[in-house]
Ligand binder design. Structure first.
Ligand code: PRP
Length: 179
């Protein structure tokens, strides 16, 4: 059964956009103490590609968060599975996410990290699904705005599968409707 319906973003499209974002971030944070915070697991591909396109010195760290309840629908309650190792007080922090969907994860993360008094806090996200938004959140650095489709690949999973695809694809409904 072919579970990929359509390739939405090719490797080349992603690579070109990530390079542009890296250049923009490098210019904006020139001379600043920048910590890039990757949000596990979905951001793994975007994070590892992006940091290699950022030409200024940076620190990297990770957080892992999980929404309570069903994995299919974000409930809004978030728990920290892995916290930062590095202190961020007085430092410039850039959250690196794969996707902003309802915005609930980002809303929680921003509140949490702001309470640690960073010098600034911004967000880089590869994908934005504005149709799904429940809270007023946005990425300061955005790769692509996408329609409300079930996407996988380039770090993004369905039931822990498909993360290793080098592109972003729309999953066939048959893959999650079981037919
Ligand atoms: C995904 C994604 C974001 C969040 C976005 O993570 O990586 O963190 O959901 O959704 P929201 O805007 O509706 O909050 P997920 O919980 O699927 O975990 P994963 O990154 O480990 O796959």
């Amino acid at each position: 059964m072919n579970t990929i319906q359509e390739i939405l973003l090719t490797e080349e499209q992603i690579s070109t956009r990530v390079q542009e974002l890296g250049a923009q971030i490098s210019a904006d944070y020139q001379g600043k103490d920048l910590v890039l915070v990757g949000i596990l697991k979905g951001a793994i591909c975007f994070f590892s590609d992006l940091i290699r396109k950022v030409s200024i010195p940076v620190n990297v760290d990770f957080m892992a968060v999980s929404s309570y309840g069903s994995s299919y629908q974000t409930s809004g309650a978030v728990r920290i599975l892995k916290d930062l190792d590095l202190p961020i007080e007085g430092r410039h922090v850039l959250i690196v996410e794969d996707i902003v969907d309802t915005g609930l994860t980002l809303s929680y993360l921003k509140k949490n990290l702001l309470s640690r008094n960073p010098a600034s806090l911004k967000v880089a996200a590869l994908l934005d699904k504005p149709e799904r938004r429940q809270v007023d959140e946005h990425a300061d650095y955005l790769g692509f705005t996408i329609p409300d489709e079930f996407v996988v690949g380039y770090g993004i999973d369905y039931a822990e599968q498909y993360r290793s695809l080098p592109y972003v694809a729309i999953l066939s409904p048959s893959a999650y409707l079981g037919s």
